[in-house]
Write a protein that binds this ligand. Structure first.
Ligand code: MN
Length: 249
C-alpha cells in the first residue's frame, strides 16, 4: 500500500506513526512544509527503507519562510524527492501570491539545476499557474499533482505535460474528485492520505487510510482492489526508476 503524500512530522506522535507505517509495510512519501523541518523529519525514516522524505516549502508558508530558500538549495542533494511545494490561490493566501510564485519558481530552478527530482505539488485554486510554471521549466523531474482539484481542461493539460497524480479518500468522496480521478492515466496514479491535514469522519486521516482510495479507484476502473494495488505498485516502481535516472544519489 502507498501513501505518497503525508505529513508524518505533524502528527502528535510522529515516531509512533512512522513505526506503525513500517509495521504495516506501507510505502510513504513523507513531505515537509519547511526546509528547516527536513532533517528532523528524515530522522523519522532512519530505520524504514519504505519511507522516503521530501524536501519542501509549502505555498501557505512561502511568505513567512522564503528566507529558508538557501537551506532548500543546500539540502537538495540529500534527497530525490521534493514536496510539498506549489501554489495556493485560495483567498486567504492569494494576497501572498508574489512570495508564493517566487518560492515555487526558485524551488523548480533548484530541482532543474540538480538534474531533476520527484515533486509532490500543491495546486489548490492555482492549477493553471502551477502548470504554466512547470511548462516553463523542462527538466525539473517528475511532477506529481497531489489532490488535484482543477478543471477537466486543466487536467488534460497536466496529462499532456507529463504530470502524475496522487489521490486520497477525501478527494474521492466528492463527485468532482471522482470524475477527475477517472480521467487520470492509470499508469501515472498513486494514492495518498495527506494526513494529518486531510480529515476522515471529522478526525485526521492516518497514512494507511490511503488504502481506502485503492478501493475507490477500483470502483472507477471497474477492477478489484488487488488489481488496482498491482498497478499502483508498478507505478511506484516506475517512479523509482525515474528518480534514479534523474538524480545521481
Ligand atoms: Mn499536504
Amino acid at each position: 500500500m502507498i501513501d505518497f503524500h503525508c505529513h508524518l512530522d505533524l502528527y502528535p506522535d510522529p515516531h509512533g506513526v512512522a513505526r506503525a507505517c513500517s509495521d504495516r509495510g506501507l510505502y510513504v512519501l513523507s513531505v515537509t512544509t519547511t526546509p528547516s523541518a527536513w532533517s528532523g523529519t528524515a530522522a523519522l525514516a532512519k530505520d524504514s527503507p519504505r519511507i522516503r522524505t521530501a524536501l519542501g516549502l509549502h505555498p501557505q508558508l512561502a511568505h513567512q519562510r522564503k528566507g529558508e530558500l538557501p537551506l532548500f538549495e543546500q539540502l537538495i542533494d540529500e534527497t530525490r524527492y521534493v514536496g510539498e511545494i506549489g501554489l495556493d490561490g485560495t483567498p486567504e493566501f492569494k494576497r501572498h501570491w508574489d512570495d508564493q510564485m517566487d518560492v515555487f519558481v526558485r524551488a523548480l530552478n533548484v530541482c532543474r539545476a540538480a538534474g531533476g527530482r520527484v515533486l509532490s505539488i500543491h495546486s489548490r485554486r492555482a492549477a493553471t499557474a502551477v502548470l504554466d510554471a512547470i511548462a516553463a521549466k523542462p527538466g525539473v523531474g517528475t511532477p506529481i499533482l497531489h489532490w488535484f482539484s482543477g478543471s477537466k481542461r486543466e487536467l488534460a493539460r497536466a496529462v499532456d505535460l507529463g504530470c502524475w497524480f496522487s489521490v486520497g479518500p477525501s478527494m474521492l468522496r466528492g463527485q468532482k474528485g471522482r470524475e477527475l480521478a477517472a480521467q487520470m492515466p492509470k499508469d501515472r496514479l498513486l494514492t495518498e492520505s495527506d494526513g494529518p491535514f486531510a480529515q476522515i469522519d471529522g478526525r485526521s486521516a492516518w497514512p494507511w487510510e490511503a488504502g481506502e482510495a485503492v478501493v475507490e479507484v477500483g470502483k472507477l476502473w471497474d477492477e478489484p482492489p488487488e488489481a488496482v494495488e498491482r498497478q499502483l505498485m508498478a507505478n511506484l516502481a516506475e517512479l523509482g526508476r525515474a528518480a534514479s535516472a534523474s538524480a545521481d544519489i
